[in-house]
Design a protein around this ligand. Structure first.
Ligand SMILES: Nc1ncnc2c1ncn2[C@@H]1O[C@H](COP(=O)(O)OP(=O)(O)O)[C@@H](O)[C@H]1O
Ligand SMILES: [Mg+2]
Length: 231
């Protein structure tokens, strides 16, 4: 599904990703872990065409993503929920969802499915996104990404700072998407969440994936958590 091969990328002259290789498969949750500043967000931004890839390849089902204009990438069926939720604040919930739907020409059937997943959004369709609670904003960010009917969904620390009930809802959603065959890439720092959800875990260290393991091979006491996450 998604393959990154020896990717170098960064911001201007600052190189962040250094020969990073990574993969994600349909119907699996691949968790990405690593210390602050390791390059997790930059990896997702490289996939989305938002940082300059100076070397290496990024392939979706064998087709190259690197070098495409950033607006082309969501059109291929890649949903992205950035760290810290970047919504169009003055727009309403309905308008935010509409942006997602338009990106890939989806209509009311898709919208209905997303609203069934997140009934709270339906109650707030005419409300400005900026007036939603943190959890509701995250729901909207995910809902908007799902309006693309993505085959690949990138989630960057989606439960950071949210209440337990909202965290549980987001985890349920991730499981459902996996069941529907979506390839999910989840940046997540909580070990229990990772062990609960992940099929595979990629550990990022200084701009590269140092190790990828099946989640079944990891326990809470695994040395990888201490080594790459520092807990
Ligand atoms: N817009 C930017 N311009 C320059 N450097 C950046 C920018 N965003 C992030 N960086 C740097 O890239 C490195 C990796 O950051 P990031 O990908 O956000 O890490 P992570 O998500 O793993 O915490 C850090 O050293 C960070 O300071
Ligand atoms: Mg980050």
């Amino acid at each position: 599904m998604l393959t990154l091969e020896h990717v170098d990328a960064g911001y201007g002259r600052v190189q962040v990703l250094r020969g990073l290789s990574f993969g994600a498969r349909a119907g699996e949750v691949t968790c990405v872990m690593g210390r602050n500043g390791a390059g997790k967000t930059t990896m997702l931004r490289a996939i989305m065409g938002q940082v300059a890839v100076t070397s290496g390849r990024i392939l979706l089902d064998g087709a190259a993503l690197e070098g495409l204009a950033p607006h082309r990438i969501p059109q291929l069926g890649i949903g992205y929920v950035p760290q810290g939720r970047r919504l169009f604040g003055p727009l309403t919930v309905a308008e935010n969802l509409e942006i997602g739907l338009m990106t890939r020409g989806r209509g009311s059937r898709t919208r209905e499915r997303v609203l069934e997943l997140f009934p709270r959004l339906r109650e707030r369709l005419d409300q400005a996104a900026s007036t939603l609670s943190g959890g509701e904003q995250q729901m909207l960010a995910i809902g908007r990404a799902l309006c693309l009917e993505p085959k690949l969904l990138l989630l960057d620390e989606p439960t950071e700072g949210l209440q337990p009930s909202m965290i549980a809802l987001i985890r349920d959603t991730v499981r459902r998407l996996r069941g529907m065959g979506v390839a999910v890439v989840l940046v997540e720092q909580r070990i229990e969440a990772v062990l609960d959800l992940a099929d595979r875990v990629a550990f990022v260290e200084t701009g590269r994936v140092a190790e990828t393991l099946p989640a079944a091979d990891l326990s809470p006491a695994a040395q990888q958590f201490a080594r790459y996450v520092g807990v």
